[in-house]
Unconditional design. Structure first.
Length: 268
């Protein structure tokens, strides 16, 4: 595995490999099994695997946890190497946003609800960095986790609207044995907060069951979350992002968590 710091070097390294299938796994590091599932899928399906490791400042709003976001670059490099990554693209902020940078991708409808209400500039940062990575790597496929369902929908719309020629591969959410969706932010949870956080996946499961039984998944999931005094519900919603899903966001103490599950009984 080669660690690459600049756009020009990565482009030069990839050029002779484009006869094969190039896969991109965009990440912000602090790897867990969810990231490794993406890397493994890319390794199975592609002849060349590029993993980006970049904590994107543009997708953090004022007062969010940019400075506290977990970072362990040395550990991430070892995990990426073990999973067969060919190129780990780890640029600086100055490399991705050089002085004078002023062009942004502004997604609209899909980005203005749910996460977009709570984090108004988040999807602008996500869409911009993804477009930059797609242009730099020019992958045949890019791999994303389904846990971020709204983000996935925004990126798929980006591809359609801007005529980008690549495939988006969504990999289903990886969970710990207790059901909590893997997230880099889980490391912030104290043992007692983690026990409270388990109400999130449990509520979504109950909502999905209600949908299969003909009930309202949103009402059922929200009621279950409201019973847990240790968390604050920010939203519960059913959306069809290519398939119906039940989504929710909560805060446990100062830690914000999102999750979603498929709704095989319909979007409610």
């Amino acid at each position: 595995m080669k660690v690459v710091r600049t756009k020009n070097e990565l482009r030069a390294l990839l050029e002779p490999l484009r006869a094969g299938r190039v896969g991109l796994v965009p990440t912000m590091g602090a790897f867990h099994e969810g990231h490794l599932a993406l890397l493994r899928a890319a390794r199975r399906e592609c002849s060349t695997v590029v993993c980006s490791l970049f904590v994107n400042p543009a997708q953090f709003g004022q007062g969010e946890d940019l400075e506290r976001y977990p970072r362990n670059d040395a550990h991430d490099r070892e995990l990426a190497r073990a999973e067969g990554v060919d190129f780990l693209f780890a640029p600086s902020s100055e490399e991705m946003y050089p002085p004078g940078f002023e062009t942004w991708v502004e997604p609209k409808r899909l980005a203005l609800e749910l996460e977009g209400v709570i984090r108004p500039t988040h999807f602008r940062g996500v869409a911009t960095i993804c477009l930059k990575l797609f242009n730099i790597v020019r992958p045949n496929a890019a791999y994303f986790g389904a846990k971020d369902a709204q983000q996935l929908a925004v990126i798929e719309r980006l591809l359609r609207d801007l005529d980008l020629e690549l495939e988006i591969r969504a990999i289903e959410t990886v969970r710990d044995e207790d059901g909590l969706a893997l997230s880099s932010r889980n490391a912030y949870l104290s043992p007692s907060e983690r026990r409270v956080a388990l109400a999130l996946p449990k509520a979504l499961v109950l909502g999905a069951k209600a949908a299969r039984d003909g009930g309202d998944p949103v009402v059922v999931a929200r009621a279950a979350l409201d019973e847990e005094l240790g968390l604050k519900t920010q939203y519960v919603a059913a959306r069809d992002y290519g398939e119906p899903r039940l989504l929710a966001a909560v805060k446990v103490g100062q830690i914000r968590l999102i999750d979603n599950v498929p709704l095989k009984g319909g979007a409610g």
